[in-house]
Structures are given as structure tokens and as C-alpha cells.
Design a protein around this ligand. Structure first.
Ligand code: PMP
Length: 388
């Protein structure tokens, strides 16, 4: 008998949504290069610009301020640079401040030297320490250049929503630039670049039901532009050269449109499913720790520690029961490392943690299957403990 699989790892990647799949199939029939002036080229251009409008709408931005990239990682490497242009003049960003829970694509600091990057701590609640940010900005040497700050809107491991608008206010008071990784927020909570007061927003297609390998850097305005990361033929108004990944861009646009359309309705459903899941898990294991349960979290994520269950063992045990979940971030080429997010929150990462993340097509059956596996695994843990 083939074991039924239950996919509970939507923060790692979302399955391709049906609207994205259909839009991409259509796009595969178009032969043109979006930069060509002939009719075939113009048809491809029209499809790219339609996608740009949908991606812009996802974050309340102007379509002209969306630049497609090969993913959020490239967008981060594009925007995190000391080298900016304002019209014809050059501007230097001399230091990057990143929250300690940023995704590695941001935490690595992009094109800054290591000594130009500092970390802003988070509290035990998993929320960035705004007082520490304020202190760091007050100590910033303005004569050397502008400060830049990166705080993600939603953490990929915990699902905890960060106080980005408050951080942005401090950053702007200090004359700095605010970068927001909204990869795990888009399509899950309303995201508006102006309300967040962000100068730059980073997006990834495959977290909203689009294809992998495409993302976007979104700008608030065009006054300040990062030096291009990829130079060449001048596509994307010279900001990102290389023929657009046309089919993927079209899929990203269609997925964004669908995600935005379903946001309110599906969020309520997903929230109810997570509620059932967490209630069921607590019933089975009263010693369960759910990280971030007392603060604002996106409705789809449950990051938990089950005492006595290591991340790696737990992940394999669930997999053998047919449940795909992960030990926090899935970004380090298959290795189950320790969570830098838990460490930053002051938890002993050796205790281990697992992440269940739900999505658009998750059902109560999926939740029940996960709970059945959870009960088995938790029970084994107890009997092993009793035997010891
Ligand atoms: N930021 C966050 C918060 C993420 O979760 C991810 C993907 N795990 C990325 C950035 C990187 O996105 P991409 O895979 O498009 O490079």
C-alpha cells in the first residue's frame, strides 16, 4: 500500500497554484522575447507587464517599481549594497543593521563587507528589539554614510509578525533606508509598502503559489536606486539585465493575483485549521511548547518544541508517517541545522523544534493525519522516556 502523503511545509514552498499553472501553460506557447519590438515580442511584453501589475498589487506598490529577479535571494543581494544612486549622484550606505532572525539571504549582508553588518537582537518573544535598534541608529556615524536596516515582516520559522512600521519610523528619523523581506507575509496578511513605510520590499514567487526561481525587488519610489547586481543588456530598465524569465514571471503574476483574491476568506479557514491542530497537539502532549503563541503570528504557521524529540529525529519520524514538515528553515541544502531563530530568542536550540505550515489547499483531513502521526510520535517519546 502506498502511504498517503500530507504536505504541511508551505513555508518551505507552496505547491504551484492552479491559476499559476494554467497561466504558465499559456505562456509556454508564446515564442517572443519581451524586449523585441515585433508582434511576438509585444505579446510577451504585455504578459510580463500584466504580471508586474499583479505582483505590485500584492504589496500596494506601483507596477513601475517592481523589478523581477531570480528569487528573493537575488533581490536581497541587489538591494543590500553600499552603492546607491540618487539621480546622477552617488550615495553611500555605510552600515547594514539586520535583525538576528532574518533569513540567511538577508543576514549574510548582500554586497556589504562583514564588518559593515551588525545584528539587532530579538527578545524572548521572537520580536525584534526596537530599543536596541534605536540605540544602534543613535550610534551610527552619519559622516561615513547612510544606515540601512533590514527587518522581515514575518519570520519563516515562527510565523511571528514583526513591528516593521515602528522600526521604519526609527530608521527614517535617523535618515536611513528600510528594507523589508515580505516573502512569508505576502498572500498571508495584507502588505502595503506605504503603510509599512518601507523603502524596499523583497518577494519570492514560490511562497505565494508561483514557480520557484523568480522573485521581485519592489521599490517605494525611484529616487534612490541600488547599483545593479547583474549588468548586461539593460532589461528591467537597466536594473536587472538578462532576458526575463518570462514563463516564471507570468506564473508569479497569476499566483499573486489568486493569493490576493483569496486572502481574507482562506485566512479564516487556515486559522481555524491551525487552531484545531494546536488544540489536538496540546491534548496529546501537555508539555508541548508552541513558539510565538502569545504574540501576533501569521495564521498558517506552528513552530513547536516537543521535549525529548530532536529536530532531525522528529522530521524523519513524521516523514515516515507520511507527513512533510520541517525543522524550521529548509534553505540549507537538506541539512537539519540548529535554528538561529530559536537561538536568537534565547531558547536552547539543542532542544529542537519542528515547523508545521499550512496553505491554501490544506484540509481538515490533513490536520487529522498530522495529529494521528503526532500522537504516535509523542507516545513513542514517552515510552522511551519511561523505559530509560
Ligand atoms: N526570505 C524568506 C523569509 C524566506 O523564507 C525565503 C525562502 N525560504 C527567502 C527569503 C529566499 O527566497 P528564494 O528561495 O526566492 O531565494
Amino acid at each position: 500500500m502506498v502511504l498517503k502523503r500530507t504536505y504541511m511545509d508551505w513555508n518551505a514552498t507552496a505547491p504551484l497554484s492552479e491559476p499559476a499553472r494554467l497561466a504558465m501553460l499559456d505562456a509556454l506557447r508564446l515564442p517572443g522575447n519581451a524586449s523585441s519590438v515585433h508582434s511576438e515580442g509585444r505579446a510577451a511584453r504585455a504578459a510580463v507587464e500584466k504580471a508586474r501589475r499583479h505582483v505590485a498589487a500584492l504589496v500596494g506598490a506601483e507596477p513601475a517599481h517592481v523589478f523581477f529577479t531570480s528569487g528573493a535571494t537575488e533581490a536581497a543581494n541587489h538591494v543590500l549594497t553600499p552603492d546607491y544612486r540618487m539621480g546622477r549622484s552617488r550615495l553611500t550606505v555605510s552600515h547594514l543593521y539586520v535583525s538576528a532572525i532574518e533569513h540567511p539571504s538577508v543576514r549574510e549582508g548582500g554586497r556589504f563587507n562583514k564588518e559593515q553588518v551588525s545584528e539587532i537582537p530579538v527578545g524572548r518573544s521572537g520580536i525584534v528589539d526596537l530599543a536596541a535598534l534605536e540605540t544602534a541608529l543613535a550610534a551610527h556615524d552619519r559622516a561615513a554614510g547612510l544606515p540601512m536596516v533590514a527587518v522581515m515582516l514575518v519570520n519563516n520559522e515562527t510565523g511571528i509578525v514583526q513591528p516593521v512600521a515602528e522600526a521604519a519610523r526609527l530608521v527614517h528619523q535617523a535618515g536611513g533606508l528600510m528594507v523589508v523581506d515580505a516573502v512569508q507575509a505576502a498572500g498571508r496578511i495584507g502588505v502595503d509598502i506605504a503603510e509599512l513605510d518601507a523603502d524596499f520590499v523583497i518577494l519570492s514567487s514560490h511562497k505565494v503559489g508561483g514557480p520557484k526561481g523568480v522573485g521581485a525587488l519592489v521599490l517605494r519610489g525611484e529616487a534612490l536606486m541600488p547599483a545593479p547586481l547583474i549588468r548586461g543588456g539593460g532589461q528591467e530598465k537597466g536594473h536587472r539585465s538578462g532576458t526575463e524569465n518570462f514563463h516564471a514571471v507570468v506564473g508569479f503574476g497569476a499566483a499573486s493575483e489568486a493569493a490576493l483574491g483569496q486572502l481574507a476568506e482562506r485566512n479564516a479557514d487556515i486559522s481555524a485549521l491551525r487552531e484545531e491542530l494546536e488544540r489536538g497537539m496540546r491534548n496529546v502532549a501537555p508539555d508541548l511548547v508552541i513558539h510565538g503563541q502569545d504574540v501576533a503570528r501569521v495564521s498558517n504557521t506552528c513552530f513547536f518544541t516537543l521535549p525529548g524529540l530532536k529536530s532531525e529525529t522528529g522530521q524523519i519520524a513524521f516523514d515516515l508517517e507520511g507527513i512533510a514538515l520541517s525543522a524550521g528553515s529548509a534553505c540549507s541544502s537538506g541539512k537539519v541545522g540548529q535554528s538561529h531563530v530559536l537561538t536568537a530568542m534565547g531558547f536552547d536550540p539543542d532542544l529542537g523544534a519542528l515547523r508545521i505550515s499550512l496553505g491554501l489547499t490544506t484540509t481538515m483531513d490533513d490536520v487529522n493525519a498530522t495529529l494521528a502521526a503526532f500522537a504516535k510520535i509523542s507516545g513513542r517519546r514517552r515510552s522511551a522516556g519511561e523505559a530509560a
